[in-house]
Write a protein that binds this ligand. Structure first.
Ligand code: NAD
Ligand code: MG
Length: 369
């Protein structure tokens, strides 16, 4: 029996009243996408949106599953990577939906990483003022983060994720087996968000990661399913308590204030998102010690786990002024005040402002170390 046919299924629920939905985590689930859509009441036509890389790897299996369940499938393929997350590519997706006369009840299926999920969700939110869609995420980032929570959208030439909508999927169908083809660097980067969940919400999960990180990196079946499940539970709980980014949802931004600043500073284009978040988490924990919110052992544990996961954790050479300026551009900045998410201990964070002077003092101190 191949790995993909061993039954092992677990489910998490996103509780948002009538917009609530299940997250199903199950090796081999790609082969059941058709049956799952039946269960959701989908009829007639299905638009399968994916990118070129994922199309080559997984579209045949998903198309076959959809056809077995009696659906007519239109495959819609966009380029791989961030360059497809534009209004122009969304326009092309919409063109096909119009030409093929997709109806209000027609489902879209987003098969791929966060780019495909964000783009497809946004297209689903506007076509005929909203058609149902299902997420079938195939990257770590998408399986533990972007497919859950209903943030959809595209980039603008002048900034990431500036155009979008809150629009929840009808279900998230996660097949962890798809991660086997993902480049190691992408797996590792995705683990930064996983470590983040431990820091912001669950000391036991953080400890589990400390003990099992090498199994997770090898995509061991049990460890992978456990990590995806707990990550989805934490994100679902945060989103369930705060669908549209009030204070509660902001805790998900831990590691991202400095992480985004590093990404924004042109010189560090070499960092991918999760890597920048890893450096951001360690730096923000260290800043939290400076601000008197937590003890140094918290920084030590986060740094050690990031290192064990193969993530970078040292602040690159960058000027204090440039960093501070880049931090001002964070979406979560309110009227010029930078709000950070600070660990109090592993498993608990608080949100509080940081002043330029405090940042400068901390920066000078870590530069000397
Ligand atoms: P991605 O979708 O670009 O995927 C990364 C690369 O992996 C792509 O080249 C893709 O073709 C390839 N790929 C995907 N699945 C594969 C597989 N199973 N095997 C081999 N290759 C595969 O990027 P991502 O890292 O998945 O997501 C990043 C995007 O998600 C960003 O645009 C970010 O803004 C967004 N995001 C959104 C949210 C949200 O809440 N909506 C949260 C986090 C990130
Ligand atoms: Mg992130």
């Amino acid at each position: 029996m191949s790995a993909t046919t061993i039954p092992f299924s677990t489910q998490v629920t996103v509780s948002l009243g009538e917009r609530g939905y299940p997250i199903v985590i199950q090796p081999g689930l790609l082969g059941e996408v058709g049956a799952r859509l039946k269960g959701l009441g989908a009829k007639g036509k299905v638009g399968l949106v994916t990118d070129r890389t994922v199309a080559r790897l997984y579209a045949p299996e998903v198309m076959a599953a959809l056809r077995r369940a009696g659906y007519r499938v239109h495959l819609i393929t966009v380029p791989s990577g961030e360059r497809a997350k534009t209004l122009a590519w969304m326009g092309k997706v919409l063109d096909i939906l119009v030409k093929e006369r997709f109806e209000r009840s027609s489902f879209l299926v987003a098969l791929g990483g966060g780019v495909v999920g964000d783009l497809t969700g946004f297209a689903a939110s506007v076509y005929l003022r909203g058609v149902p869609f299902v997420q079938v995420p195939t990257t770590v980032i998408a399986q533990v983060d972007s497919s859950v929570g209903g943030k959809t959208g595209v980039n603008h030439r002048l900034g990431k994720n500036l155009i979008g909508a809150f629009y929840q999927p009808r279900a998230v169908l996660i097949d962890p087996v798809t991660l086997q083809t993902l480049p190691v660097r992408e797996i590792t980067a995705g683990l930064a968000e996983v470590i983040k969940y431990g820091v912001i919400a669950d000391p036991d999960f953080f400890q589990y990661l400390e003990q099992h990180i090498s199994a997770v990196l090898k995509l061991d079946r049990e460890a992978t399913a456990a990590v995806i499940r707990r990550s989805c539970e934490i994100k679902a709980a945060v989103v369930g308590a705060d669908e549209r980014e009030g204070d509660r949802r902001r805790i998900l931004n831990y590691g991202h204030t400095i992480g985004h600043a590093l990404e924004a500073l042109g010189a560090y284009r070499s960092l991918i998102h999760g890597e920048a978040v890893a450096i951001g988490m360690v730096a923000e924990a260290s800043l939290a010690v400076h601000l008197g919110y937590c003890q140094p052992d918290v920084v030590q544990r986060i740094r050690t786990l990031a290192q064990a996961a193969g993530l970078p954790y040292r602040l690159p050479r960058v000027s204090m002024e440039k960093m501070w300026t880049a931090m001002q551009h964070d979406k979560k900045v309110v009227q010029g005040t930078v709000y950070g998410v600070w660990p109090v201990r592993i498993g608990e964070v608080r949100i509080a402002p940081v002043q330029r002077d405090e940042f400068r003092q901390w920066f000078a101190r870590v530069r000397k170390e």
